[in-house]
Design a protein around this ligand. Structure first.
Ligand SMILES: Cc1cc2nc3c(=O)[nH]c(=O)nc-3n(C[C@H](O)[C@H](O)[C@H](O)COP(=O)(O)OP(=O)(O)OC[C@H]3O[C@@H](n4cnc5c(N)ncnc54)[C@H](O)[C@@H]3O)c2cc1C
Length: 420
């Protein structure tokens, strides 16, 4: 068992467990605060098995765009991203549909689609140039000191070089929905399996997507089509676990036919399907966002269904809020006196983030349930709702503001304000 050495100075101000999409974003966002940071990641950066920076496409919301602008990364990210100028939502075989348009919302784009691997190149490239951030990779946290006292957290690090003990003022768990560090901090989580899987990949549609994104709800589950480079479309196709397994076994031609049937011909015929991958889907929510000298961000705090493309965007708002709390503490006390892991700071982070988490969980979980239920009255409400939703611009604007991540109290970075 690890023991706290009371006489030693901490090795780092902040240790971030997890160098995926959220952990690397956090380490970069922290840079202007001048804190010493270590990122601990078990999978080598360019490993094909890297679970965060894989071939999935992520729709970045407007608040995420603003955040990357404030961090000075947007020009690099947008060079490899595709803008979404409209979103079309429909249900297979029904009359209702909804349409959200960037012009109507008076924005240049509703969001941008980026391949996770491409985003990873920008984030990891930036990280390797930062002087106050150390990347410990491949390495993993195997224990957090159980009986702690004083003003540090102690972790046990396992790597090829053996076992080391590291001390920090704040330990951030950014190690995904199955977070082991969350457990080590003594924070429980509730998980409910949707019994569904997301099949992802990309196709060449006959009609160029032309910056249009589509979401189509079918009896099997929703299919999203996102515009990506070279006039291709990235799909996220949600199916029951059994059906996902069986479509994954189809050869490319039969798979393309099945996808076409689910999505329809709004983009003409599909051809040249790329490599496919499958992700089991569950809703995970931590029962607390903080432990002693520890805090949760990203999927470690909330693993969502991808139906509304909110998970990463929500996690980035965690990052922005945590940075705000740290900066505020530094502005109140002398910077070298501020304690990044103080109970007051962690409490202000937790109470700020709860409302946004609850709202996004309710929204995504509600969508899964609303469109998954085939009973007559709900089908009617869905169609009436989608028609009404399209006819009432105020409702549509509110929905668009939520999906763009612009509703509620926003931290500095999410408003596009640099930290220094
Ligand atoms: C099919 C699909 C499509 C999606 N599309 C969108 C979208 O369009 N828009 C959107 O906003 N979100 C989307 N999401 C959600 C988004 O991918 C996640 O919210 C995001 O990846 C969370 O990032 P994370 O860094 O918190 O966790 P992860 O991506 O899970 O990364 C966790 C990292 O921690 C590392 N790790 C694991 N164990 C340890 C340990 N013990 N110690 C240290 N490190 C560890 C892992 O190797 C990994 O690098 C989608 C999700 C899926 C499944």
């Amino acid at each position: 068992m690890l023991r706290l050495a009371t006489d030693a100075r901490p090795d780092y101000d902040i240790i971030v467990a997890g160098g995926g999409m959220i952990g690397t974003s956090l380490a970069i966002a922290l840079e202007p605060l001048g804190l010493s940071v270590a990122v601990i990641e078990p999978v080598a950066r360019h490993d094909r098995e890297q679970p965060s920076f894989d071939e999935r496409s992520t729709a970045l919301s407007r608040s995420s765009q603003r955040m990357f602008e404030a961090m000075g990364l947007w020009s690099e990210i947008v060079a490899g991203a595709t803008p979404i100028r409209s979103i079309h939502v429909s249900e297979k075989g029904r009359f209702g549909f909804s349409h959200i348009d960037a012009t109507e919302q008076q924005v240049e784009a509703l969001g941008y689609v980026v391949i996770n691997r491409v985003l990873g190149e920008v984030l990891n490239g930036t990280l390797s140039r930062l002087k106050n951030v150390e990347m410990l990779c491949p390495a993993r946290i195997s224990a957090v000191a159980a009986e702690q006292a004083g003003d540090t957290a102690v972790v046990q690090l396992e790597s090829d070089q053996g076992t080391r003990r590291l001390e920090c003022r704040l330990l951030v768990a950014a190690d995904g929905a199955k977070s082991a560090v969350r457990d080590m901090l003594g924070i429980s989580a509730r998980t409910s399996d949707y019994g569904q899987q997301a099949v992802i990949g990309n196709v060449m549609p006959e009609i160029a997507p032309d910056n249009r994104a589509f979401e189509r709800f079918t009896a099997d589950g929703p299919v999203a089509m996102l515009p990506i480079a070279d006039n291709r479309a990235a799909f996220v196709w949600i199916l029951s676990a059994d059906r996902a397994r069986s479509v994954m076994e189809l050869d490319d031609a039969l798979f393309t036919d099945a996808l076409q049937q689910a999505f329809g011909f709004r983009l003409g015929s599909f051809s040249r399907v790329g490599q496919r991958a499958v992700y089991p889907l569950a809703l995970t929510r931590a029962n607390s966002l903080t432990g002693r000298r520890g805090v949760l961000v990203g999927n470690a705090a909330h693993g969502l269904h991808p139906v509304a493309a909110q998970g990463f965007n929500l996690g980035l708002r965690d990052v922005a809020a945590l940075c705000d709390c740290l900066l505020d503490a530094m502005l109140e006390a002398a910077p070298d006196r501020a304690d990044p892991g103080s109970p007051e700071l962690l409490q202000s982070y937790a109470s700020w983030r709860q409302a946004d988490h609850s709202k996004v969980v309710r929204f995504t979980d509600g969508l899964v349930r609303l469109f998954g239920d085939q009973r007559g009255p709900l089908r009617f409400m869905r169609n009436a709702g989608m028609l009404g939703f399209d006819l009432i611009p105020g409702v549509r604007s509110l929905f668009a503001r939520h999906t763009m991540g612009l509703a509620g109290r926003l931290p500095r970075l999410s408003r596009g304000v640099p930290l220094r």
